[in-house]
Design a protein around this ligand. Structure first.
Ligand SMILES: [Zn+2]
Length: 84
């Protein structure tokens, strides 16, 4: 069962799950620099985690292995037919 939150945002059970989802999300959407979510935060309303585009950029997003993964996901979604 998926809990939902009155913020209407996607709910993630814990920080690690949220970060994983964030990496996937960034890989599947080609955000321009400075756009899109950059971190996750704990929500007091649902006691879960959500994405945020405000505040500090999550340091792990700039780790080479993580950057690599995001880049690979981007390439994969292009091969899935995102281009015309
Ligand atoms: Zn919430």
């Amino acid at each position: 069962m998926i809990k939902s939150c009155s913020t209407g945002k996607n709910y993630y059970f814990d920080a690690q799950t949220a970060v994983e989802a964030l990496i996937e999300h960034l890989g599947r959407n080609n955000f321009s620099h400075g756009a899109g979510p950059i971190n996750v935060y704990h929500c007091n309303m649902c006691d879960g985690y959500h994405f945020t585009s405000k505040g500090e950029r999550l340091a792990i997003l700039d780790d080479p292995p993580v950057k690599n993964r995001i880049e690979k996901l981007r390439q994969a979604s292009e091969w899935e037919g995102r281009y015309r």
